[in-house]
Write a new protein. Structure first.
Length: 404
């Protein structure tokens, strides 16, 4: 990576000593889930538009835009056209166990990680073996799928400022360029307004870019597509609760609902549990600590607190007093249009073999998170992160591998 993009960063996590083992039926489950995930996204978009147009409860739309500056709130989202207001093109899932999505990252991070690991495996086939499930690199699959989706050669502007690993995304850009994609600021004679595809890591980056207004016009003319659409809808976690929340669940089928662990909105009058029982905030805090197996997550899009799992808490690690303090903060946040969700804690712990930075192998037991990378043609790669902590995300202590 350092040689490819001229940096001095290197690999910042740990590496598993072998590819992540996965049964063919499990991998096929990742492939077949794509259609259902897109159904969830389409239903969520339809629900949001209906709320914006007062065809159903307007509170639903306000939950999505309530923290945004007024100029990008309800009025802005109402005037978006069908070309501008679509579902994401590329995205990444986070699955706490195969088949249970805890989040959908649009367009998300991690693409560089998966690409780097695959190159490591290819360069060391004697150690990691030949690919069984994914013969092509993620960058090759991305470029091929994007070329087909656009019906033209990809000319991409990737806004990497808000990427959690900008060096990783720059590596992915170079790998995609090797497959024929062109990128603004990397390829000669390519101006920003020549680009036909725009990638961003969050919504607020898009309207604050100096070419945004012209690109919105070009989008309406079919000249440019946005990866993450210029809408706040797919940028937060609140939509994970909509298949379960009493105001919105009738929009979703049981098949879609089963994609996710039970997730619901934290409200002043309490929390609805998986069995349909509604309990008060006080009674939730009184659940014995070890049995309080729920993640509490900030559901909005303020990147100051939703980046890198900053605002994700496992309730079973909190005393009753600490749990009550957090809930008091959440109820105050709600008065300022900041919403939080509670999600059933499903965790998968398994043995992992890794390599330390000293090159020595080690064995440990760690929690696992699986991420599927998807594009318009479906599944493209699967990344595994394993960490000896209940919050599994990319860090210096996270052991990573891919399904090969």
């Amino acid at each position: 990576m350092n040689e490819t993009i001229g940096v001095d960063v290197g690999w910042t996590g740990l590496i598993a000593s072998k590819p992540y083992p996965m049964a063919e039926s499990t991998c096929e489950g990742f492939r077949s889930r794509y259609a259902l995930i897109k159904t969830f996204q389409e239903q969520t978009l339809a629900l949001f538009k209906a709320s914006l147009n007062h065809e159903c409860d307007p509170e639903i739309a306000r939950m999505v835009v309530g923290e945004l500056p007024e100029e990008y709130g309800l009025r802005y989202h109402r005037q978006l056209t069908d070309r501008q207001h679509r579902t994401p093109v590329f995205f990444r899932t986070d699955e706490v166990s195969a088949g249970k999505l805890s989040e959908i990252q649009c367009s998300g991070s991690g693409w560089g990680l998966a690409e780097q690991l695959r190159q490591l495996y290819v360069d060391n086939a004697g150690v990691f073996g030949a690919p069984k499930y994914f013969p092509n690199s993620l960058a090759a699959g991305f470029t091929r799928a994007l070329r087909k989706y656009l019906g033209a050669e990809p000319r991409v502007h990737h806004l990497v400022d808000n990427a959690s690993r900008p060096h990783g995304m720059r590596y992915f850009i170079q790998r995609a360029r090797q497959q024929g994609a062109k990128y603004f600021s990397y390829d000669r004679d390519l101006a920003p307004l020549d680009c036909n595809f725009v990638r961003s890591h969050d919504f607020v980056t898009l309207p604050h870019h100096n070419f945004f207004d012209t690109r919105m016009e070009h989008c309406n003319q079919g000249k440019v597509c946005f990866d993450l659409p210029p809408s706040n809808l797919f940028d937060g976690k609140i939509i994970m609760a909509w298949p379960f929340w009493e105001k919105t669940r009738h929009w979703y089928s049981d098949e879609v609902r089963n994609l996710f662990p039970h997730t619901n909105v934290i409200q002043p009058d309490g929390i609805e549990l998986e069995n349909g029982q509604r309990i008060s905030i006080e009674d939730f805090c009184k659940i014995p600590q070890r049995k309080r197996e729920f993640y509490i997550k900030y559901a909005g899009t303020d990147i100051g607190i939703n980046w890198g799992s900053k605002s994700v808490f496992l309730a079973s690690t909190f005393s009753q007093v600490k749990c009550r303090e957090l809930m008091e903060t959440i109820l105050k946040d709600r008065q300022h249009n900041r919403h939080w969700i509670v999600q059933q804690a499903i965790r998968q712990k398994e043995q992992v073999s890794g390599l330390g930075r000293d090159g020595e192998p080690f064995e440990d037991e760690a929690y696992t998170k699986l991420s599927g990378f998807y594009g318009p043609d479906g599944l493209m790669a699967i990344l595994a992160m394993q960490k000896c902590h209940h919050k599994v995300h990319g860090s210096a202590e996270t052991i990573m591998s891919i399904v090969h």
